[in-house]
Design a protein around this ligand. Sequence first.
Ligand code: GLU
Length: 475
Amino acid sequence: MSNPNHQAKIVTRFAPSPTGFLHIGGARTALFCYYFARRHGGNFLLRIEDTDKARSSAEATGAILDGMDWLGLKHDGEIVYQSQNADRHRAAAENLIKTGHAYLCYLTPEEQAAERELSREQGRAFRSKWRDGGTPPKDAPFVVRFRVPDGETVVDDLVQGRVKWNNQDFDDLILLRADASPVYMLAVVVDDHDMGVTHVVRGDDHLVNAGRQKLIYQALGWDVPAFAHVPLIFGPDGKKLSKRHGALGVDAYRDMGYLPAGLRNYLTRLGWSHGDMEVFDDDEITALFELSDINKAPARLDFDKMAFINGEHMHMADTDTLLLYGKKFFEDKNGGPLNAAQMARLTAALPHLKTRAKTLIELADKAFFVTRQRPIEITAKAQKPFKNDAEMRLRDLLLVLKDIHKDAWDDHSILEQLNQYIAAQDIGFGKIGAPLRVCLTGGAPSPDLSLVLELLGRNEALGRIEDCLKTYFTD
Ligand code: GLU
């Protein structure tokens, strides 16, 4: 039986090895585990597979936890560190020895290399002569090997379908090394069992491990979890994802100004679909997510689609969310923390600007004009429209705008006044638009002028025009 009791609470886990950052492929697997558990009211657990001391590091664990935290991947329960369970792994190995499913193997390194060579030549799996017993050499080191049974192993994978192996193709793999340290293949089975994992969802590079692990579960007399092996992510060119394709870590997408909700949506949608829906919030994904809807074919990264989906989430995000995740970008643009007045202007402007940006970096660019501090520095290049009758126009406009009461200071009323002025003067909007925009924004990207005026607020807008007249038009 490879399918657990359907009544049981669903338990999934993410089991990264802490050797680097949180890879987007890993993050996507974790999202699948997370939404599947949520969908069924189950638990999503986290296990750090830190048994390989040489490759694991506390920094890498920290980076993975940070990445998960930013992405909003909340795990249930305490984090399990695999290295702390070595005694349990050894106990399981002892148990397997007792029941005849494992044996002590005293092959010397030379004998082991010879058998490896021979088995390769003969096109069969590794077998040790010690699987049939014998008198152990005195005080010789040994490893514990799994005694692979005859027959075949079948896994009904929830994504890949039925997969069959002839057990003759599985090596008598090492369970405990000569120093009694457990290997991954044993540790993962014991930990998944002890954590009550019902569904093992992971990359399809582990598919063949599922066959080997199933044999270990059976030998231990334990229920075998359901397996779902998810195809890896490919680059836009259809080749295995690598550095060449650009950013691989979740942190890099954070630094590019993606929202966690946007990246969650994009990564989940990558290889999983529900009809032709592209944009989902968490509740929608949670209500719809099934492992059976994961595509068997590898998904390709598509940066345009990622930006599109993120843009939709920027649009849906509330101001607090934009301020929280955008803080770093707004501050970078500003060259330091924002003061209260800048924050107030930014907060008021974000609902108008968020629909125009696909990432937080774009949003910070578009919002820069709002947070600029008076007097705004205007470069020589940006001063170009300050010629001919610009000064006269700006003085007129200052009066026109001053006439608008602060309670009527909105996009619509402002536009009406500006239009009345150009009609009365019999000039085009361009005559006033260019110099006014430079005074108000210093040339930074900005929306329609009347909206710029509204977003700055009456005092700030009038102040900026006065500054400009004072600085650039008096001899
Ligand atoms: N630690 C393994 C990895 O990072 C995952 C093992 C598993 O999910 O079973 O590839």
